[in-house]
Design a protein around this ligand. Structure first.
Ligand SMILES: [Zn+2]
Length: 186
């Protein structure tokens, strides 16, 4: 490791310890020529993860895209950015530990839904409405009712026409179920 002060290559490690998050090793080095000290970090090189999209093409896994999707879904919900960032980190770690290598956008979407379901009902529905590309309002309501049933709440709507006459409050305000556009969460 080249000394940043005198550019000589010889140095010795005088201290070595893991960083706070355990993801890297911090080494304190002393230059053998000028005796000045500097610090280096050693970390595991993350292999880029390739994600297969619906159309069969591949692209590199991008945690920022997931975070953006989550931020859309959780807009005006009582969820902190830190919670969402942790969720993205968690998903990335699960994916990195997989042995079979191939990941699809559908699998990532399912992982996000699974986590959102436990976190926030409205965010879950918003995300699901985009991600699963509901063919019609009935299948959307089916999903909504299934969620409510799991939580022991009565079914609030059962048919497409009901949603039009349903008061806004049942959905926490009409703007809560907006279509967020076509996005690939990969
Ligand atoms: Zn030096």
């Amino acid at each position: 490791m080249r000394c940043p002060f005198c550019s000589k290559l010889e140095s010795k490690v005088v201290d070595s310890r893991p960083s706070e998050d355990g993801r890297s090793i911090r080494r304190r080095r002393e230059c053998c020529a000028c005796r000045r000290r500097f610090t280096t970090y050693e970390s595991v090189e993350n292999m880029p993860m390739m994600v297969r999209k619906r159309d069969g093409s591949f692209q590199a896994f991008d945690p920022k895209k997931i975070l953006t999707g989550l931020l859309h879904a959780c807009e005006k919900r009582p969820i902190t950015l830190a919670v969402l960032e942790n969720m993205v980190t968690d998903i990335r770690q699960v994916l990195q530990n997989r042995l079979d290598g191939e990941i699809t956008t559908a699998q990532i979407g399912d992982m996000i839904l699974e986590r959102l379901k436990k976190l926030d009902e409205v965010a879950y529905i918003r995300f699901a409405s985009v991600y699963r590309h509901f063919d019609d309002v009935d299948s959307f309501l089916e999903e909504l009712n299934q969620l409510l049933a799991e939580q022991g709440k009565p079914r609030i709507v059962t048919a497409a026409r009901t949603i039009e006459s349903a008061p806004d409050r049942e959905f926490g305000g009409g703007s809560d179920i907006t279509h967020l556009g076509e996005e690939e969460f990969s």
